[in-house]
Design a protein around this ligand. Structure first.
Ligand SMILES: [Mn+2]
Length: 394
């Protein structure tokens, strides 16, 4: 049997709340389905974090539409929830994803720990657990916060062992789960805090003589975990934030033989660029010549400001360029080369609170589409205050 192992689709994601990734993510899933057909894959697996809790209904409809022709031509799809997924949504998805009646049995939407047999291979599916539920029998042991993770890890390992105990020893088996393993590489800037999730020791990974593969989701960097059977994180299908700007992304082609362990092949995906750009304020006008594919990318700007450059004017110019060319700029940092002494003098001078206010405004609300209007309004308010002060002192 041939599986395409993917994870962390994060459908519904918007960077900084408003840069919707929908087009990029659905284009990527379309490519993945095409790869599945090219490589004669039997089952496409999404190992958790398929959706985020945003635009769920819309994303589900679009996904059903996308998958439908591939399913009609024979592809099977299996998905289960990660920590970003809404379990209620997963429960309802069976109805939402209902393509044609006869294709329903080709979609496996699994919302609880389950053992399913597909094409003579046993699949143990472990969605991201409900942590309070998992800890319930260990309440006394888990009292100390430091101890909590060790107990959680043990509880999880016990759960996996009990699921493996129910396997038919005569059929090959694979395990799919969504969790973090201690010692893995993770560069994401916004992923879950591991203190709150399950951090499993590598030595606690389960084993059974007929276990052919362990497929994991949650960590966005594709990597192999050393274990007695092939164990992999496929990683996310796209770069999800600046922290992943240097990541290559992959899907994993996994061949399960009727006896023995899986054979795994990495297939690279083309992904969106994330630029971390450093330049001088004077180079700003050449930004699109310096980075011709900037409009299709995300970027962060670190601008070196000379003494003559007014940081607010620089920020404003960036905003104008962003609006004019529909750019996706995530951050602007103005690095001032002015000597610190003169900065201190500036703060001493009372009329410069205006500069402080505007600096703050741009720092906090740069991404706001109304920033220019906000700046105007702020200046107006400050002028009113100044007028009032002048009148009082007169
Ligand atoms: Mn996750």
């Amino acid at each position: 049997m041939r599986i395409l192992h993917t994870s962390d689709w994060h459908l519904g994601t918007a960077l900084r709340g408003h840069h919707d990734r929908r087009d990029e993510l659905f284009t990527q899933i379309e490519r993945i389905c095409q790869l599945a057909e090219q490589h004669k894959v039997n089952l496409l697996v999404a190992a958790g974090d398929v959706f985020v809790r945003r635009n769920m209904l819309e994303s589900t409809k679009q996904l059903a539409q996308l998958l439908s022709p591939y399913i009609r031509r024979g592809l099977k799809v299996l998905m289960f929830p990660g920590n970003h997924d809404d379990k209620e949504h997963f429960y309802m998805m069976r109805a939402l994803l209902s393509v044609e009646e006869k294709q329903r049995e080709q979609i496996y939407i699994i919302d609880k720990n389950e053992l399913v047999t597909i094409n003579e291979v046993q699949f143990i599916i472990v969605p991201y657990p409900n942590i309070p539920e998992l800890l319930e029998p260990y309440k006394i042991e888990a009292s100390g916060a430091k101890n909590r993770n060790a107990v959680l890890s043990k509880a999880y390992a016990t759960l996996l062992d009990s699921l493996l105990a129910s396997l038919d020893p005569n059929l090959p088996a694979v395990l799919f789960a969504h969790l973090s393993i201690s010692g893995v590489i993770s560069r994401s800037e916004k992923e879950v805090n591991y203190d709150e999730g399950i951090l499993m020791e590598r030595t606690a990974l389960p084993y059974a003589p007929n276990l052919a593969y362990i497929g994991l989701g949650h960590i966005h960097q594709c990597q192999k975990i050393p274990h007695r059977v092939p164990c992999y994180y496929s990683g996310s299908i796209e770069r999800m934030d600046m922290g992943e700007r240097d990541d290559e992304k992959f899907v994993l082609l996994v061949d399960i033989p009727s006896k023995g362990v899986a054979n795994v092949t990495q297939i690279p995906l083309s992904v969106t660029r994330f630029y971390d750009i450093s330049l001088n304020a004077s180079e700003l006008e050449n930004l699109l010549e310096l980075y011709p594919d900037l409009a299709q990318s995300f970027f962060r700007l670190n601008i070196d400001c000379e003494i003559d450059d007014e940081p607010i004017a620089v920020q404003r110019r960036v905003k104008e360029l962003v609006d004019k060319f529909s750019l996706r700029c995530l951050d602007v940092v103005c690095i001032s080369n002015q000597p610190i002494v003169s900065k201190r003098d500036i703060t001493k001078s009372p009329q410069d609170y205006a500069k402080t206010v505007l600096d703050y405004l741009y720092e906090k609300h740069f991404e706001d589409s109304d920033i220019l209007a906000l700046e105007e309004r702020t200046k107006f308010l400050m002028q009113e205050v100044n007028n009032a002060l002048a009148k009082n002192s007169a």
